[in-house]
Write a protein of this length. Structure first.
Lengths: 111, 112
């Protein structure tokens, strides 16, 4: 079964700073990759997804993620964060018809 | 369009009590899921269903039962609640085998 690792569980940064959240997975077969966001008090929302094709995926709200197959990674990036990006971010990997979530990154953006 | 609706939103139980969480979706989705979310643990799949009348175990199924008698409803039951089941429970649905894109607002369950 696949597993997903997210590092730096708590991230604090100032507005306009750049954000990068790491996601590594362990599964040797074909995978689909996802990032979800959960704003305070809300349910999860799909931020972006990768199935195939261009490994650089652009999602909503200025987020993007890059799939690097050789590194088993799918890191999330945003060049300039806003206070409204304060949320918890979850990476998820689907392989062999099973979906696994990472433990999440709690991101706090200070105005 | 309500999407995915969970009831109740909050509940406090005593150890040993039973209860059922209800999830309803109005999008005619085949797949429905129950997750629990715990601090530092991410989301863990409890049970899921690939269609009316079917259920399957997820990652952490022990202590829970589910039923999918109607396509739009997916019930999660706790027969004898334990403090370890204190968590936030999320229901989700998807049209096909793709990962869930529609989540409910969650049920915060505390077991004393």
């Amino acid at each position: 079964a696949q597993s997903v690792s997210q590092h730096n569980h708590h991230v604090i940064l100032s507005e306009a700073a750049s954000l990068e959240l790491g996601c590594n997975y362990s599964y040797g077969g074909t995978v689909n990759l996802f990032w979800y966001v959960q704003y305070p008090g809300q349910h999860l929302q799909l931020l972006l997804k990768y199935f195939s094709g261009d490994p650089l995926v652009k999602g909503i709200k200025g987020f993007e993620a890059e799939f690097i197959k050789s590194k088993f990674s799918f890191n999330l990036r945003k060049p300039s964060v806003q206070w409204s990006d304060t949320a918890e971010y979850f990476c998820a990997v689907k392989g062999n018809n099973r979906l696994a979530f990472g433990k999440g990154n709690q991101v706090v953006v200070i105005p | 369009n309500a999407g995915v609706t969970q009831t109740p939103k909050f509940r406090v139980l005593k150890t040993g009590q039973s209860m059922t969480l209800l999830c309803a979706q109005d999008m005619n989705h085949e797949y429905m899921y129950w997750y629990r979310q715990d601090p530092g643990m991410g989301l863990r799949l409890i049970h899921y269903s690939v269609g009316e009348g079917t259920t399957a175990k997820g990652e952490v199924p022990d202590g829970y039962n589910v039923s999918r008698l109607k396509k739009q409803n997916f019930l999660l039951g706790l027969e004898s609640a334990a403090p370890s089941q204190t968590s936030v429970y999320f229901c989700a649905s998807s049209l096909d085998i793709q990962p869930p894109q529609h989540f409910g607002d969650g049920t915060r369950l505390s077991i004393l």
